[in-house]
Ligand binder design. Structure first.
Ligand SMILES: [Zn+2]
Length: 307
């Protein structure tokens, strides 16, 4: 199943650099090849959010009592729509995890809000969807051990901090050394890359790190943050991967997980290329590959689908 929450739009001022339009465009493109798999997720509940976040923070987001500093740190002004979108986005990742555990693969066309910490949001992230989904799967008895494979170009600092010291959750983050967040947290495994890293060194590094992470985690479930922001054309990424390199990255992750029979929920995470179509191309390729691997989409569908 593929969960899309783009109907819940976050109102942004003109010129804001968050690419809100990518979500609807991605859903439209996915609908051309897999409309029958698209679902709208439920919102994550207070109880689901409170397994990860301080109740006071959940309440402040719900009631609109975040102060100006907290809103600046998130990068969005509070609105009722912002609160609802954040809940739906977390709910989509949660639903994608349930789907993964039921049939091997689940996808959310949003998610990857990995800078959200227990008691504050940051960097366009309000609630930490991967953490909320992990705790939900554990609470529901669907999974105990979880591996988070975070290949967004920015470190998954919120996720790392939330799961620090938890032996049941392994976090792997492959990210730019010089990039946001400038104060990094300790993931279980952190791989830091220099500015300008291209396809070959990236893929070699990933191929070495993934088996280590899988061995360490022995997971019942993996959550893969397939950020589009390691792309060479990304405004915030500072790395130099091509679209082909990003597709190889996705293949590497999905192959390694499926070889060991590990269900995977895939979230899109960041992407800030100037041309939104580039971001959508990268995310769509990830989704199409996941569908192919799940037997839900013939390889040809990618070639014949109008771009
Ligand atoms: Zn990012």
């Amino acid at each position: 199943m593929i969960f899309a929450s783009d109907r819940f739009v976050l109102p942004l001022p003109p010129g804001h650099r968050f690419p809100m339009a990518k979500y609807a465009r991605l859903r439209e493109r996915v609908a051309r090849v897999a409309a029958h798999l698209l679902r709208e997720p439920d919102a994550a509940t207070d109880a689901e959010l409170a397994r990860v976040h301080d109740a006071g923070y959940v309440d402040a987001v719900a009631r609109g009592t975040l102060d100006a500093r907290a809103q600046r740190r998130i990068g969005f002004r509070w609105s009722a729509a912002m609160a609802e979108r954040s809940r739906r986005s977390a709910g989509a990742t949660l639903a994608a995890c349930r789907s993964a555990l039921a049939c091997g693969t689940g996808v959310t066309l949003a998610g990857g809000t990995h800078h959200a910490h227990r008691s504050h949001g940051e960097g366009y992230c309000v609630f930490n969807d991967a953490a909320v989904a992990t705790r939900a799967m554990q609470a529901e008895g669907r999974a105990r051990r979880v591996l988070v494979v975070d290949l967004d170009v920015h470190q998954g600092d919120g996720t790392a901090a939330i799961f620090a010291g938890d032996p049941d959750v392994v976090t792997l983050s492959v990210h730019g050394r010089q990039n946001f967040p400038f104060r990094k947290e300790a993931s279980t495994i952190d791989i830091e890359l220099d500015d300008g890293t291209g396809d070959d060194p990236y893929l070699a590094t990933l191929a070495a790190a993934l088996p280590r992470a899988i061995d360490r985690a022995r997971p019942d479930l993996a959550i893969y943050l397939a950020g589009a922001d390691p792309y060479a054309g990304d405004r915030l990424g500072r790395l130099a991967l091509t679209k082909a390199g990003l597709a190889d990255r996705d293949r590497c992750v999905l192959d390694r997980l499926s070889a060991q029979g590990i269900p995977v929920a895939i979230a899109m995470a960041g992407g800030y290329a100037d041309d939104i179509d580039d971001i959508v191309d990268i995310h769509f390729a990830t989704v199409a590959l996941a569908l192919e691997r799940a037997g839900a989409l013939a390889p040809m569908a990618r070639a014949v689908a109008p771009a």
